[in-house]
Ligand binder design. Sequence first.
Ligand code: NAP
Ligand code: GDD
Length: 364
Amino acid sequence: MSDKIALITGVTGQDGSFLSEFLLDKAYEVHGIIRRSSTDYRERIAHLEGRPRFHLHYADLNDSLSIMQVVSRVRPTEIYNLAAQSHVQVSFDAPEYTANTDAVGVLRILEAVRLCGLTDRCRIYQAGTSELYGKVEAVPQNEQTPFHPYSPYAVAKLYGYWIVKEYREAYGMFCCTGILFNHESERRGETFVTRKITLAAARIAQGKQEKLLLGNLSSMRDWGYARDYVECMWLMLQHDRPEDYVIATGQQHSVRDFCTLAFKQVGIELDFVGTGTEEKGIDRKTGRVIVEVSPDFYRPTDVVNLLGDASKARRELGWNPDRTSFERLVQIMVEADLKKVATEQAVERIRTNLAEFLEKGIVK
Ligand code: NAP
Ligand code: GDD
């Protein structure tokens, strides 16, 4: 049995799935926490289920007993706490649930490790976020930049950040926070802006969608590729001392830029005209309106100027933020969504044909 035993909360999420692959490649025994659900299909990790070194356990970050049970059974050498209600807009609708999971959930992990007597054995990675900088007080942001959380999600994550620091100082635990800027991929949830755009570009190009409605087009993000970012989580836990790190590319683009590039990938050149809610993205060739602004996607408070300075991670962890360019990231996502939409269409056609054949008695 491996002496490297990782426990990942949030294993079914974007990062959890990439991190599982990364750790399995490094010969770890990987344990993941999943929530009981009425549907059992876990799309992002389906390809890993059944592998000998990959194990799943039912637990919930809001249920201390379940966390204690898993931690005491698995006795991990590393915990990656990635589980969270991770959608900023949703945190305005479900602030209490978000606080319970994203703030107190972190405490539950730390206490489980302490109460199970694993303080010296187990290192802990906490998924922090650039949302902590929120209504930014400086650009770019690094480990010294003051925090100014600007959503219920960010406020909850701020508690997570401080409680990790507290346990490090009070109990000498090896626990640290990665302050990760936005990272995207073909596995990104479909309601985050990048994936919403790449999926819409693929659908519009294949005649399956008319228009794309978005909120703030001028919002600026530092977008990296999730597959590259999970390595940093691991590097932080291999370091000789527990410290917090900013992980970012150091490049900034607007939501509008992302749209322009994604639609270009499917052969549609967009021109943006107008301002505010009247702004539109128009197909240069046909004059057709492809992108419109809807205030439904505006947030009560929005974070609009994120740009990270990951010099410390580059210097101390040897991490290379330039591995996947912004252009390549958009290309990876659009290509994957073009395939997804084409496959869905093919399946739809097969279903329709089959239904017809059954009706006509051609097949039984
Ligand atoms: P994600 O795709 O939304 O995945 C979230 C994961 O958390 C899912 O596996 C989800 O399980 C699980 N989860 C939610 N509530 C839970 C609960 N109460 N108990 C147990 N599991 C629960 O998020 P992600 O993009 O991979 O992000 C991973 C972490 O990094 C999150 O903490 C996020 O806040 C943070 N972060 C992300 C980014 C980014 O750009 N992606 C940047 C900075 C920080 P189900 O599948 O059952 O819903
Ligand atoms: N989701 C969404 N949908 N966002 C939109 C839309 C839309 O239709 N239109 C414009 N936006 C803007 C949002 O207002 C925000 O300023 C920006 O696009 C990015 O939104 P999201 O993709 O939802 O991501 P996020 O930056 O709020 O949060 C993500 O990154 C954080 C790290 O900074 C999440 O992954 C968080 O979990 C993570 O901590």
